[in-house]
Each structure stands twice: as C-alpha cells, then as structure tokens.
Design a protein around this ligand. Structure first.
Ligand SMILES: Cc1cc2nc3c(=O)[nH]c(=O)nc-3n(C[C@H](O)[C@H](O)[C@H](O)COP(=O)(O)O)c2cc1C
Length: 142
C-alpha cells in the first residue's frame, strides 16, 4: 500500500492547485475525487481536500462521492485541508473541510494534524507558507 495519497474535489481548480503542492511536498500522488477511482483511497495516510460551496456545503464532487467512499477511511490516517473565502463567506468559511474531517472520524479514521483552512481568494500570499508548515506536521505523523 502507498504511504500517502492526496484526494481532492475542486470546482474551479483552486483546491486542485493546492493539492498538487501538497502532493509534491509529500512525494505523493494526487487524485481528483471526481474520477471515482477506488485506488485513490488505498494509502496509509489520506490527505483530503475540499473547497466549500453554497453556504457551507461540500464541493460538488465530494458531495456526490462521499457516501460511497467513506467506508474506505476506516483504519486510515486522514488529514484534511480546505479552501474557502473568509471575506465573502465569513460565517461558513471552510465548513466543508470540517464536514469531511467529521465524516472521516465517524467512519473510523484517525485524524492527523489540524484541519488546514486556506483562503486563496483573499490571502493567496500566505498559502505556500501555511502549506509548508502543515506538511511538516503530517510528516511527523508518518
Ligand atoms: C457561489 C459560491 C459559494 C461559496 N460558498 C462558500 C462558503 O460557504 N464558504 C467558504 O469558505 N467559501 C465559499 N466559496 C468560496 C470558494 O470555496 C473558493 O472560491 C474556493 O477557493 C474554490 O475552490 P475550488 O476552485 O477548488 O472549488 C464560495 C464561492 C462561490 C462562488
């Protein structure tokens, strides 16, 4: 089994771009959840990424896939990151990332690290630094 997979859902590509950076930093493969590839969830540590849409809703591809894939979280380590807009959606900022983390926990995963919440809309200059620090905490858990 691979050590780490990054699995993301992304509507306009912003979460996908961050997933690529995280995967590169961890030497891992990144999978778009919209491909419905069961192999995506076959790793010791799953790094799951989602943006938030609607008002605090999961990204569409995650919303479509989560019920079908969450049994695959059991017994895995799971880390979660999210992208959102803390200015336009202050009251529902990155809620979908919490939703994903709770789903993983309820399915029997062990959560690793804090849920990383990124706002690439308003503070994209901070993303790389936050990602680098977060990735280090994940490496320590491997
Ligand atoms: C219609 C709409 C609804 C949104 N709702 C939220 C929200 O409730 N909470 C939040 O944090 N961000 C919200 N956002 C911001 C997106 O999550 C943000 O643009 C994100 O970076 C998109 O990432 P993606 O391209 O990977 O899907 C919303 C954006 C739009 C256009």
């Amino acid at each position: 089994m691979d050590k780490v997979h990054v699995v993301f859902g992304s509507t306009t590509g912003m979460t996908e771009a961050v997933a690529g950076k995280i995967a590169e930093a961890l030497g891992a493969q990144a999978f778009n959840v919209n491909a419905g590839d069961a192999a995506a969830f076959d790793a010791e540590l799953l790094v799951l990424g989602t943006s938030t849409w609607g008002i605090g809703e999961l990204q569409d591809d995650w919303a479509a896939q989560l019920d079908g894939v969450k049994s695959g979280f059991a017994g895995k380590k799971v880390a979660v990151f999210g992208l959102g807009d803390s200015v336009g959606f202050a009251d529902s900022f990155c809620v979908a990332a919490e939703t994903l983390a709770n789903a993983a926990k309820d399915a029997g995963a062990t959560l690793v690290g804090e849920v990383l919440k990124l706002d690439d809309t308003n503070e994209s200059d901070k993303t790389d630094e936050k990602v680098a620090a977060w990735v280090e905490t994940l490496k320590a858990a491997l």
